[in-house]
Design a protein around this ligand. Structure first.
Ligand SMILES: Cc1ncc(COP(=O)(O)O)c(C=O)c1O
Length: 368
C-alpha cells in the first residue's frame, strides 16, 4: 500500500503533540572504523552504521516514548480519564514520559514504582517528581493491590482514574507512532548520501562525513533496536509498503523469541485492523537476540564498554539499561561475523539517557 494511506489513517486518530519529530539520522563512520580496527579487519568487514536519534524528541529529556504518549494520552482523554496510575520499574522511561505527558495535559499521575526501593532519587524518578508525579515506592509483589487501592481512592474523590497497563491501547500506541517514524526513516536513509556533511566538504576529513555510497530505495536496510513496540512498528511499515527491510531486536530478560513473537503478532494484528493495513506482521519477521541484557535495569560490562566507545568515536551518549545493551549486542555480533557487512545498519537510539547519571560509579570506574 502507499505510505500516504498509512499516514492518513494515523492522521484520523486523536493525538496531542508532545515530541519533536523528524529526529535526525546520522552516520557513524568513526565507530565503524573503530570496530573494524578492533577486529584487525578492513572497514568493509563492518556494515555502514547509521543511528536514528530518537533520543532527541525533546519532551522531558526525550526518547521514543514521547511519540507513544501523543497517541496514548489523546486516547485516554477522549475516554474521559483524568487520573493515571502507572505500575512501573523504579527507573522506567515510560514512567518518566507518562509523568511528563500528565503534566502537559493536566492529568493527575501516580507512579507505583517497584524494585530498588532505597535507590537514590535520580534520573527518571527525579524528572517525574519535577513534573508533579505522586511517587509510591512499593515492593513488586504488592504493586497491584496498592494500585487498586489508589484507583478506589481516586474514584471516591469523584475522579475517573485508570491503571495504565490495563488499557489495551497502551500496548499498541508505540507501534502506531513508529509506523510514522518508519516513514521518516524512509525519507532520511535513502536521501542521506545526497547531502554530504558540511564538515567533510569543507575539511576534506573523511572521518567526519558520510562514507557510504548513495542508497537506492530497493536496497535492503537492517534495523537494530530493542524488543518492543518501536522496532515492530518499523517492520510493520516495511511489510505494508514493500520495503526490503529486516530487523534485529535485542531482548530484555523478560522476553524470549517465542513470547516476543506472540506479542508482535497480536499487537500488529490489532494495529492492522485499526488502521486498515494490508497485513500484520508474520512469524519470523523480526529476529530476536537474547543473552546480552542480563539483569533488567542493571548495566552490563559490555554495555558500558559500548557507551564509552560510541561516546568517544561519535559523541553520542547511550543509556546504560537499554541502548547501551542493544549497541553492545550489535558490536559483539559484528565481531562474531554474524551481521551482513553489505547491508547498512540503522541503530534506533530510543533515548533513556537520564538513567546515565544514576550509574555514574559503574561508568566512571569502567575506565579506571
Ligand atoms: C529507552 C528504551 N528503548 C527501548 C525500549 C523498548 O520498548 P519500546 O520499543 O516498546 O519503547 C524501551 C522500553 O521501555 C525504552 O525505555
Amino acid at each position: 500500500m502507499h505510505p500516504h494511506q498509512i499516514l492518513n489513517a494515523i492522521a484520523d486518530l486523536p493525538r496531542i503533540p508532545l515530541a519533536h519529530k523528524n529526529t535526525p539520522i546520522e552516520e557513524m563512520p568513526r565507530l565503524r572504523a573503530a570496530i573494524a580496527e578492533s577486529m584487525d579487519s578492513d572497514i568493509t568487514a563492518v556494515p555502514p552504521l547509521f543511528i536514528k536519534r530518537d533520543d532527541t524528541t525533546g519532551f522531558a529529556f526525550g526518547g521514543n516514548k514521547a511519540r507513544h504518549m501523543e497517541f496514548l494520552f489523546a486516547h485516554l482523554i477522549e475516554r474521559g480519564i483524568d487520573t493515571i496510575v502507572n505500575i512501573n520499574h523504579y527507573d522506567s522511561n515510560n514512567a518518566r514520559l507518562a509523568a511528563a505527558a500528565s503534566a502537559k495535559t493536566g492529568m493527575k499521575y501516580h507512579w507505583v514504582a517497584f524494585d530498588e526501593l532505597d535507590a537514590a532519587i535520580q534520573g527518571n524518578m527525579l524528572i517525574a517528581h519535577l513534573t508533579g508525579a505522586n511517587i509510591h515506592r512499593i515492593p513488586k509483589d504488592e504493586t497491584r493491590p496498592y494500585a487498586e487501592s489508589l484507583l478506589a481512592h481516586e474514584t471516591n474523590l469523584g475522579r475517573n482514574p485508570t491503571i495504565l497497563l490495563d488499557n489495551a491501547f497502551s500496548n499498541i500506541a508505540g507501534m502506531i507512532a513508529f509506523l510514522e517514524t518508519a516513514h521518516e526513516l524512509e525519507n532520511q536513509i535513502y536521501r542521506y548520501s545526497e547531502t554530504p556533511s558540511r564538515h567533510s566538504r569543507e575539511s576534506g576529513n573523511p572521518g567526519a562525513g558520510p562514507t557510504t555510497q548513495p542508497l537506492s530505495p530497493t536496497d535492503p536496510i537492517h534495523f537494530w533496536g530493542l524488543c518492543g513496540r518501536s522496532i515492530a512498528g518499523i517492520i510493520l511499515y516495511a511489510r505494508n509498503t514493500g520495503k526490503p527491510w529486516t530487523a534485529t531486536a535485542v531482548a530484555q530478560p523478560h522476553y524470549t523469541p517465542e513470547n516476543y513473537q506472540e506479542l508482535y503478532l497480536d499487537r500488529s494484528t490489532r494495529v492492522a485492523e485499526l488502521l486498515n493495513l494490508d497485513t500484520p506482521l508474520h512469524p519470523g519477521d523480526i529476529s530476536t537476540l537474547t543473552g546480552y541484557t542480563k539483569i533488567y535495569g542493571i548495566p552490563t560490562d559490555l554495555g558500558i564498554e559500548a557507551m564509552h566507545l560510541v561516546a568517544q568515536t561519535e559523541a553520542i551518549i547511550l543509556d546504560p539499561t537499554y541502548t547501551a545493551k542493544s549497541m553492545s549486542a550489535l558490536i559483539a555480533e559484528i565481531r562474531l561475523g554474524k551481521v551482513d557487512p553489505d547491508i547498512p545498519v540503522v541503530f534506533i537510539h530510543s533515548g533513556g539517557q537520564p538513567q546515565t547519571f544514576a550509574f555514574a560509579d559503574q561508568i566512571w570506574n569502567h575506565n579506571a
